[in-house]
Design a protein around this ligand. Structure first.
Ligand SMILES: Cc1ncc(COP(=O)(O)O)c(C=O)c1O
Length: 719
């Protein structure tokens, strides 16, 4: 069984040999009781669930946490098991390798709860409000007497508020239900001679915890201001993710994007967006009535993936003020293939331009829980983090599909609003953000409360009024899990993934970079990506196959071994490593790689024709506001006859998997040729949005009718 580590930055004392075992046992006992209460786990008494590791000097902290003192090498055993950090008040103001301790902890172990241990007679410590709890030495040196206080402290750090309240309700308080949902705690199935197997297969708890907003004591997504277990859970998540505000969403990041963009953008305002962003961002732009200005899109024909946008391109687009100055920049970090943007650099550019930075982190909710996702800034010497929202410089907003890579049920998503955004609204006086302070103003001043009110209002537009309560509980617990054991979970997976890649490369007699796509393979030409701070997340394993035929054969072999990948292109297969991936999964995958090693290898260079045609097809900018084009009267025309007309719908061919037709774009020959090409090679079903009967030509697409076209063109991009 596994123990967790309490790290104590502690000035050595004469009676340590006597005191430390007492502290370790006391903490363990309290932690055991906490786990029994919070998670229903009875841990055997003979093993200590909490190990105490003391570190006597601040400069020894990196060695205690990271292999060879370097976060890039992964964690030490004690480091990756760390779940709580204590520091003596005499050491509280110290520096670690020249960086103030407070700053150092924010960068490297931001999610660990921290306690300042104050000694009798010492001057009081000025403890910041967030995340620090001040506890006197006696509590730890004689924990037997303070057992209840310690359990209470642990509850403050790790108790999943909503899950605990829901479990209590279901197991103790619930009686007969006269409310939705109609299966009524599963009775509908349990009483059926035909269907009760379903009840048994799912387990009774999933039905009994499927409650309704009628159970007022648990809370309601529609009233996040009320003091309920649901709002407390969201406050706890905000603390864990280092945000000023976090909100739970139960219809995926697709919904988070819609609510956020409607909150942030007014009709007619310009949003800078990577054309390769998720379709929900395109939908959100339509619903917000915003004007998209697409950042340059670069198709990588060798791997059939999209390159990220370079810093130079972002900088020049931020400076562009036609048709008007942008308000928001939306980037996907990391991309599906795992390219992480240097969010601190992007944030710096955005703040200089007075533009808000919004990161779609659907694929990367775990970045904040491991020091691997940091980078020492060469100019300042300070380290920064790759997770978009943190207490270091980053994006103003992030949305995460907690369900994609962390342990939440499908559809569970979170919105995080940064502390920096709150400060921009309430403390900053910079002229470039005057517009923002006016937008969310109360009594003439920028107000975070006003922003929060607006966000809640737009969340109510999109939330179901009947959210699935187990989704909410899984959001609560997924965050707490990362705080409690996230470092371990991410560290293990980083190590397994590295070992796996090395073994496959050795088996193939190739370099790792010839088997798995790295940053330069995906991002391709256009910038010095690594120097600019871009990084490839190793937990997105992109296996390269020599040819499309090799890729098809490899997929067949995977299916034969009952292995399902995340997504594939003509020459790559993406395997997603999540907190639920276990070591044996790598073994299963390795077996298929070994047998099929001849198929693995970097694909050759594409002739360039496809790249050119795709780039041309996605290079347009809208001439009519997308919302008007999507909602006004349109007419069906055949695909070939649509050239020159204005699209009123999305058409998304796979590949390239991004919208080629967008409401408001003038349709070009290149766009139609690309769609026709995909129909020919992949079949009509590969073009989402195309209308046809029985899968045969003619194919139809909706465009503005002539009257609407001339009416809207005269108003151009006005709301
Ligand atoms: C970048 C990105 N954003 C948002 C989403 C939507 O997330 P969800 O499936 O949680 O609605 C996805 C889904 O694949 C995505 O890839």
């Amino acid at each position: 069984m596994r123990s967790l580590t309490v790290l104590w930055l502690h000035a050595p004392a004469a009676d340590d040999a006597h005191v430390m075992p007492i502290v370790e046992h006391g903490l363990s006992d309290s932690f055991r009781d906490f786990c029994a209460e919070a998670f229903n786990v009875r841990m055997p008494l003979e093993y200590p669930p909490l190990k105490l590791t003391t570190v006597s000097s601040p400069d020894a902290l990196p060695q205690a946490l990271f292999a060879d003192g370097d976060p890039a090498n992964g964690m030490t055993e004690g480091g990756d098991d760390a779940c709580l950090f204590m520091v003596d008040d005499s050491l509280y103001g110290c520096s670690v390798c020249g960086v103030p301790l407070k700053e150092w902890l924010k960068v490297y172990i931001p999610a660990l709860p921290r306690v300042v241990v104050t000694y009798p007679g010492n001057a009081p410590v000025a403890v910041p409000q967030r995340r620090w709890a001040k506890k006197p030495f006696e509590v730890f040196s004689s924990p037997g007497q303070h057992h209840e206080r310690l359990v209470h402290l642990f509850k403050a750090f790790w108790l999943p508020r909503f899950w605990s309240a829901m479990r209590q309700y279901v197991q103790v308080k619930a009686g007969t239900n006269w409310h939705t949902p109609g299966h009524n705690g599963g009775n509908a199935f349990a009483a059926s001679p035909f269907l009760r197997g379903l009840h048994e297969a799912f387990g009774s708890m999933i039905f009994r915890s499927d409650l309704s907003v009628s159970v007022e004591s648990l809370g309601d997504l529609s009233s996040p201001e009320a003091q309920t277990p649901l709002s407390e859970a969201q406050r706890m998540s905000s603390e864990i993710f280092g945000s000023a505000l976090s909100r739970y969403v139960t219809n995926g990041t697709s919904t988070s994007n819609k609510a956020m963009l409607m909150t942030l953008l007014k009709p007619g305002e310009v949003v800078l967006v990577d054309r390769n962003c998720h379709k929900s961002v395109h939908h959100a732009i339509v619903t917000a009535g915003a004007v998209p200005r697409y950042l340059p899109s670069r198709w990588n024909p060798r791997l059939c993936v999209w390159s990220p946008v370079s810093l130079a391109e972002i900088e020049s687009e931020l400076a562009e003020s036609a048709p008007s100055k942008p308000r928001l920049l939306v980037l996907t970090s990391c991309t599906y293939e795992g390219v992480l943007y240097p969010v601190w650099e992007v944030a710096r550019l955005c703040e200089r331009a007075g533009v808000l930075f919004y990161a779609d982190e659907a694929w990367a909710a775990y970045l904040g829980f491991h020091p691997f996702y940091t980078r020492a800034c060469p100019e300042t010497g300070r380290a920064v983090r790759y997770n978009a929202v943190s207490e270091t410089l980053g994006a103003h907003f992030s949305v995460q599909s907690t369900h994609k890579t962390m342990a939440a049920f499908s559809q569970a998503s979170m919105i995080h609003v940064s502390l920096r955004f709150k400060a921009l609204l309430e403390e900053d006086a910079s002229p470039q953000f005057r517009w923002l302070r006016r937008r969310f103003a109360m009594n003439g001043h920028g107000s975070f409360e006003k922003f929060t009110h607006d966000l809640h209002e737009f969340l109510r537009y999109w939330h179901s009024t009947s959210p699935h309560y187990p989704f909410l509980a899984s959001l609560d617990v997924a965050g707490v899990q990362m705080r409690l054991e996230g470092m371990k979970l991410v560290d293990e997976r980083l190590k397994w993934a590295a070992e796996f890649r090395a073994r496959v490369a050795a088996e193939c007699g190739l370099e790792e970079g010839e088997c798995f796509a790295g940053l330069e393979d995906i991002a391709a030409d256009g910038a010095d990506w690594a120097r600019d701070g871009y990084m490839k997340d190793p937990l997105k394993i992109v296996l390269m196959l020599k040819t499309p035929a090799a890729c098809a054969a490899f997929k067949k072999a995977l299916l034969k071994s009952h292995i399902q990948w995340e997504k594939a292109t003509a020459t790559t297969i993406l395997f997603l490593v999540t907190v639920g991936t276990v070591e044996e999964h790598f073994e299963d995958l390795f077996r298929v790689c070994r047998i099929n090693r001849d198929l693995i290898g970097a694909p050759g260079r594409d002739g360039g024709g496809m790249a050119d045609s795709i780039t041309r097809a996605v290079s347009g900018q809208p001439v009519v506001l997308p919302r008007h084009a999507a909602l006004c009267d349109g007419e069906f025309v055949t695909l070939d006859a649509s050239v020159g007309r204005i699209a009123s719908q999305f058409l998304v061919p796979y590949p390239p998997g991004i919208p080629v037709f967008v409401p408001g774009l003038r349709i070009t020959e290149a766009m139609v040729a690309l769609v026709n090409g995909v129909i020919e090679s992949e079949g009509v079903a590969a073009v989402h949005g195309l209308f046809c009967r029985g899968g045969h030509a003619p194919f139809y697409v909706e465009v503005l009718n002539r009257d609407e076209e001339s009416r809207l063109l005269s108003g151009e991009l006005k709301p």
